[in-house]
Design a protein around this ligand. Structure first.
Ligand code: GLN
Length: 531
C-alpha cells in the first residue's frame, strides 16, 4: 500500500479538496486504484448537523453518511463511490476510544491521545485502505497545519510515515503563494508553514503552490532552496477558469511523473477521457439560463452538487448552464414576477422560511410551460402546489410548514418519535422502481434505479390517487412504496424527485434527471428564438 498525504498551510480555503481530488484523478488516469480518505478534525460526528451558511452543502454518500462537500469532489473527480468510512472526524475517533474505555478494553491504563487516539486513527486508515484493495491511499488532512484540532491526526501521520517504507509514503503540502504590490510572488508564507510542519516531525515531499498566476521558475527555485525539496517537486497550481482543469495543470507540471518516481510506481500514459471532457467544457457555444430558487443562494457552495450536475449535463448537451440565483424569500415579498429563463430548478431545503416563494416559482413554471426540475423539498412543494391549484385542495401543505387538515406531505409514523437530529433522516441510497412508458423511464432507460436521499417528510399516500386523477403522474416508487418521482405529461418538462440525483452526477456520466432537464431547457430556448 502506498500512502499520499495532503496537508495545507498558511490558510484555509485554498482548494485543498480540489487539489486532493485532482491528484486522485491523475493517478486514476494512469490506471491505479485510489482510495481517498478525508480527515475533518472537527468534533462533530458528521456534517449532517452543520449549517450550509457556514460550511456549504452537506454531501450525502451511498450509505447515508452526511459529509463535507470535499467528498463530493472526490467522487466526481476520481469516479468512485464512497461510504462513511472514507471520512474520519475527531468525533468518530473519540467515540470509539470512549466506547472502548467504558468497555474496559484498555485494562486499567490511562487513556491518552498518544498512543490510544493515534492508534485508532492509524488503524482506521489502514483498514479502509486494505478493505478497498487499493494501490494508493490518498489522505487529506482538513484544516491548516498548526490548528490544535488537527494535531492528533498529524501525529498519527508522522507515525505512519515512520512505520512505512520510504517509497510507500509521500507528503504533499499545499500552500499559498501571494503576490505583493510590486507583482512579486512571495514565498515566505510557504517557508513558515513548512517550518511548522517540520516541528511536528513531518517533511513535505511535494509542495503545491496556490497562486493567482503560474509560479515562476525563480519562485520554484526559492521554495526548493528554503524548503528542502527538489525543484521538480514544487508544483504550480495557479487559478484556473474551471476546477476540472486542475488535473491537467498537474500533468503539465509533471506531478504524475514525480509521484511515480518517488513511490516507485510505473508511469503509465493517461487514457484521455478527462482531457476530452475539459476540451468540450471549454468550447461550449450555446447557453441556457436556469433559475435556482432557494434559501441559501448567497452562499457559493450551498448548492455545489446541483451546480456541478447542471454543468455535467450541459457539456453532454453542448451548452453552458448559467445559474440565475433567486432568493425564495424575496419572491414572497414582491408583486408580479416574470422569469426570463429557460428552466426553473427548486432544490432541497428545510423549514417554513421562503417555502411560499418556492411554491410560487413552481406555479409559474407549471402554468407557463417552462422546464422544471424539483429536488426533495422542491418535489414536495410541487405536490403542494399541484394539490392547491389544480386539485383544488386550498389548504394543502406539508406538515413541516404548517398544520393543516390536508397534509399532502407528512411525517411517517416512524419519524414522529425521533428527537435527535444527527443521522436520523431517511438517508442514503435506495432502490426505486420506475413505471414503464414514463419520462423517468425514458430518461434512466431502466426499470430499477438507485438514488440517494436526505429528508424526513414523505408524500402522504392517501392523496396519490386523487392527484393522479387530476393528471399528475407518480412514475417511481421505493420498494417500501414511498413516492419518489412525479411528472406532468401535459407539460414540456415537469419532473421532480424525492431523492437527490445531483449526488450521483459525474463529469463523465451525468445524471439522467439533469440531462433531461437541461435538454428540455435548451429545446425551450431554441423554440423561443424561432418564434
Ligand atoms: N425538508 C424536507 C424533508 O425533511 C426536504 C429535505 C430536503 O430537501 N433535503 O423532508
Amino acid at each position: 500500500m502506498k500512502y499520499i498525504v495532503i496537508t495545507g498551510g498558511v490558510m484555509s480555503g485554498l482548494g485543498k479538496g480540489i487539489t486532493s481530488a485532482s491528484i486522485g484523478r491523475i493517478l486514476v488516469d494512469m490506471g491505479y486504484r485510489v482510495v481517498p480518505i478525508k480527515i475533518d478534525p472537527y468534533i462533530n460526528i458528521d456534517a449532517g448537523t452543520m449549517n450550509p451558511f457556514q460550511h456549504g452543502e452537506v454531501f450525502v454518500l451511498k450509505d447515508g453518511t452526511e459529509v463535507d462537500l470535499d467528498l463530493g469532489h472526490y467522487e466526481r473527480f476520481i469516479d468512485v463511490e464512497l461510504t462513511g468510512e472514507h471520512n474520519i472526524t475527531t468525533g468518530k475517533i473519540y467515540r470509539l476510544v470512549i466506547q472502548k474505555e467504558r468497555a474496559g478494553e484498555y485494562l486499567g491504563q490511562t487513556v491518552q491521545i498518544i498512543p490510544h487516539v493515534t492508534d485508532e486513527i492509524k488503524a482506521w486508515i489502514r483498514n479502509v485502505a486494505k478493505k478497498n484493495n487499493a494501490d494508493i491511499c490518498l489522505i487529506e488532512v482538513g484544516g491548516t497545519v498548526g490548528d490544535i484540532e488537527s494535531m492528533p491526526f498529524l501525529e498519527a501521520i508522522r507515525q505512519i510515515h515512520n512505520e512505512e517504507k520510504e517509497e510507500d509514503f509521500l507528503l504533499v503540502h499545499v500552500t499559498l503563494v501571494p503576490i505583493d504590490l510590486n507583482g512579486e510572488q512571495k514565498t515566505k508564507p510557504t517557508q513558515h508553514s513548512v517550518k511548522e510542519l517540520r516541528e511536528l516531525g513531518l517533511h513535505p515531499d511535494v509542495i503545491v503552490g496556490r497562486c493567482k498566476e503560474r509560479l515562476k521558475d525563480s519562485t520554484k527555485r526559492k521554495i526548493s532552496l528554503f524548503c528542502n525539496v527538489p525543484v521538480e517537486a514544487v508544483i504550480s497550481n495557479e487559478d484556473v477558469e474551471d476546477i476540472y482543469e486542475v488535473p491537467l495543470i498537474f500533468k503539465r507540471e509533471k506531478l504524475d511523473l514525480y509521484i511515480s518516481k518517488k513511490l516507485r510506481l510505473s508511469y503509465k500514459e493517461e487514457n484521455g477521457r478527462w482531457v476530452e471532457f475539459v476540451n468540450r467544457l471549454k468550447s461550449l457555444r450555446e447557453d441556457v439560463a436556469i433559475a435556482i430558487v432557494g434559501k441559501y443562494v448567497d452562499v457559493r457552495d450551498a448548492y455545489l452538487s446541483i451546480r456541478e450536475a447542471l454543468r455535467h449535463a450541459g457539456v453532454e448537451n453542448g451548452c453552458r448552464v448559467n445559474c440565475i440565483w433567486v432568493d425564495c424569500e424575496d419572491l414572497e415579498k414582491i408583486g408580479d414576477v416574470v422569469f426570463e429563463v429557460d428552466g426553473i430548478l427548486v432544490p432541497g431545503g428545510f423549514g417554513k422560511r421562503g417555502a411560499e416563494g418556492k411554491i410560487r416559482a413552481i406555479k409559474y413554471a407549471r402554468e407557463n410551460n417552462i422546464p422544471f426540475l424539483g429536488i426533495c423539498f422542491g418535489f414536495q412543494l410541487a405536490i403542494v402546489e399541484f394539490a392547491r391549484n389544480v386539485a383544488g385542495i386550498k389548504d394543502a401543505n406539508s406538515s413541516e410548514i404548517a398544520e393543516t387538515e390536508n397534509p399532502v406531505i407528512d411525517l411517517l409514523p416512524e419519524q414522529r418519535g425521533v428527537k435527535e437530529l444527527g443521522g436520523t433522516m431517511r438517508l442514503g441510497e435506495e432502490k426505486i422502481i420506475l413505471k414503464p412508458g414514463t419520462v423517468a423511464h425514458r430518461l434512466y432507460r431502466k426499470e430499477v434505479i438507485y438514488e440517494r436521499h436526505r429528508h424526513r417528510y414523505e408524500v402522504n399516500s392517501s392523496y396519490i390517487s386523487l392527484l393522479e386523477r387530476q393528471g399528475l403522474v407518480f412514475s417511481g416508487f421505493s420498494e417500501s412504496n414511498l413516492a419518489e418521482i412525479i411528472e406532468l405529461p401535459s407539460h414540456k418538462f415537469f419532473f421532480a424527485t424525492q431523492f437527490h440525483p445531483e449526488f450521483k452526477s459525474r463529469p463523465l456520466s451525468p445524471s439522467p434527471a439533469f440531462l433531461g432537464f437541461v435538454k428540455a431547457a435548451l429545446d425551450y430556448k431554441k423554440s423561443k428564438n424561432k418564434n
